[in-house]
Design a protein around this ligand. Structure first.
Ligand SMILES: [Zn+2]
Length: 156
């Protein structure tokens, strides 16, 4: 799944679960990552290319732009929220598993103990659609983003 749905869902959880405390927000956001990964989804271009292959500048640029746009959208809500830290912690929690397990530049850590098990665990939830039904994989993420934005608008 792309970064933006994970970031926004985490932030939405932060907005709703803020009274439970930041550790709870973080844990719920991490769980939301796995729940979202089960949905049929497309991944960013870097995840669709085997690690051994070289990435094109366009692939890298598109991924950076996607992540930056997600951060910009969530920043808008963080700055107008009465619980900005909860939103930020939720956004971070929503992305944490991918930050550990899916960044091409340190995918090598998947070979290390604990990270290897984390990767195997993460893969169990992978509902990525890589060939057909790509439109479904895009639609699910669009719906997740819309729901998260609605929750953020109503809780800030
Ligand atoms: Zn993931």
């Amino acid at each position: 799944m792309l970064s933006t749905p994970h970031i926004l869902t985490g932030a939405a959880i932060g907005a709703v679960a803020a009274p439970l405390g930041l550790p709870a927000v973080f844990c719920f956001a991490v769980i939301s990552h796995l729940a979202l990964d089960i949905l049929p989804h497309t991944d960013d271009l870097l995840l669709e290319v085997p690690f051994s292959e070289k990435y094109s500048a366009n692939d890298i640029l598109s991924v950076i732009l996607e992540i930056v746009s997600g951060i910009i959208i969530v920043s808008y809500f963080v700055f107008r929220s009465s619980v900005p830290l909860a939103l930020a912690v939720g956004a971070l929690g929503g992305l944490t598993i991918d930050l550990i397990d899916n960044v091409p530049f340190w995918k090598g850590i998947r070979n290390l103990p604990i990270f290897k098990q984390l990767h195997q665990f993460h893969e169990m939830f992978d509902g990525a659609v890589r060939t057909k039904w790509k439109i479904v994989g895009v639609a699910t993420q669009f719906i997740v983003i819309v729901i998260s934005v609605i929750v953020l608008m109503q809780n800030s």
